[in-house]
Design a protein around this ligand. Structure first.
Ligand SMILES: *Cc1c(COP(=O)(O)O)cnc(C)c1O
Length: 428
């Protein structure tokens, strides 16, 4: 950091010399690793550009129509570009897919039929999917309500897929095996592309007709390949995370084999209609421009996560993943060890925001969570977590999950403010 930036941060934001020195030292430690991230970013930038050019994106695609939306120009172009970026036969990309949970839910409910069995092979699925599967709540039309059985295979203690247990779990009824790439609210490394490839090969080796599905939330553009290019039949994710690049106002995607995407589209609208109907409501430009910027945005967020890891490693905190470890999502978990530290960290991140910087985050009883959760988010798009954010449940061991940042400098500023807030309270 140049002297003039340091002086500005001291004067304008009251950052201490100690905090700035700590962050500068940590940055020097991780900076040599940034070159590898930049290679991935460059590759993905050109990969995305190639998809735009192949699909002959032009200004007329940014318009939209009304009513049934048969010829909505945005629909086809979004499908075409996403299919090429993810290396799939087809893709469904819409602002009317309300979030990541909805996208994953469509992938599950669109494909699975009564009597089928679903296996999750990365332990407990993301919290919001429990109601979809039928692990929580009754009578909401979950997979369980429709006679789809569910099995769960835990990860091994060192965080890898337990192939022996997966083999035992698979039965003649198994129709789909799901893998969650990102950490979620866990304490494990994200699943690397090499392991996803090995997993898909293993499942297909047991029974080629089993569908390999990946919850790709937070994982897009962390590698030069996506899970769909490593054997997955179906992937799904949120546009207010990585692939929306911070510009998409809402939406989700499902990409994969053409027959499966058709089934998913029939669930999204209704049988016989599929993706023929539905509008893009003028969101195509933002969705495409966000995708175009996403490789660079994700690069900044990953650099920020590595810096966060290194700063807190240096201070003696446990972090996951470690600063030098290869990554497959944008999340950094820090074991803060006390409610005071968790709250101070989140207050610091909130104070770093461009929007709502003046509010103080309070722990609250979020629906579906057993303990109060504290969240710092000051985003242009509500709930966007490709923008800088931090959150964690108020329970031991008081892990905070730090992610996002539309630029590296902003993500870094989140680390600086979090550390400063902890220093101000005598917690570091
Ligand atoms: C965010 C996330 C989801 C759900 O996404 P929402 O947009 O919050 O509904 C599902 N799985 C993982 C791993 C996630 O990170």
């Amino acid at each position: 950091m140049g002297t003039c930036t340091e002086e500005f941060l001291k004067d304008r934001f009251h950052i201490s010399g100690r905090v700035l020195a700590l962050v500068a030292e940590a940055e020097a430690d991780v900076a040599p690793l940034f070159a590898g991230l930049d290679d991935v970013m460059a590759f993905n930038q050109y990969k995305v550009l190639a998809a735009f050019q192949k699909n002959r994106v032009n200004d007329s695609h940014f318009s939209w129509n009304t009513g049934y939306g048969y010829d909505d120009p945005g629909k086809k172009i979004l499908s075409g570009v996403y299919s090429d970026v993810f290396g799939t036969e087809a893709a469904l990309v819409r602002p009317i897919i309300v979030n990541g949970t909805h996208a994953i839910s469509l992938a599950l409910t669109g494909v699975l039929r009564p009597g089928d069995e679903l296996i999750y092979c990365t332990g407990s699925p993301y919290d919001t999917l429990h109601a979809v599967i039928g692990l929580r709540g009754e009578g909401m039309g979950s997979l369980a309500d429709f006679g789809v059985a569910y099995k769960q295979v835990e990860l091994t203690p060192d965080g890898h897929i337990d192939y022996a247990a997966l083999k035992t779990a698979v039965s003649p009824k198994t129709r789909m095996v799901c893998l969650q790439r990102a950490t979620g609210y866990g304490w494990r490394r994200a699943v690397m592309l090499e392991e996803i490839e090995e997993w898909a090969r293993f499942v297909k080796g047991m029974a080629p007709e089993i569908i390999c599905m990946v919850d790709n939330c937070y994982g897009e553009f962390l590698d030069v390949r996506e899970p769909s290019e490593a054997g997955a039949d179906l992937i799904a994710g949120s546009l207010i995370k990585n692939p929306g690049g911070g510009l998409a106002l809402a939406g989700g995607y499902v990409a994969g084999r053409a027959d499966l995407i058709e089934a998913v589209a029939c669930r999204m609208t209704c049988p016989g209609i599929g993706d023929e109907c539905g509008l893009t409501f003028g969101q195509t430009r933002a969705m495409l421009q966000g995708l175009f910027l996403a490789p660079k945005t994700v690069n900044g967020a990953v650099r920020g996560a590595m810096l966060c890891a290194r700063v807190f490693e240096r201070l003696g905190f446990e972090v996951c993943p470690a600063s030098h470890e290869q990554r497959s999502d944008i999340i950094e978990a820090v074991r803060l060890g006390s409610p005071e530290a968790l709250i101070a960290f989140c207050e610091g991140v909130q104070a770093a925001a461009p929007v709502d910087s003046y509010v103080r985050p309070e722990p609250w009883d979020m629906p579906g969570y057993a303990d109060p959760v504290i969240m710092a988010a000051g985003a242009f798009v509500q709930g966007s977590s490709i923008e800088l954010s931090a959150d964690g449940p108020l329970r031991p061991p008081y892990n905070v999950y730090f992610q996002g940042g539309l630029t590296y400098e902003h993500s870094k500023f989140g680390v600086i403010r979090a550390l400063q807030a902890m220093e101000d309270k005598g917690l570091v």
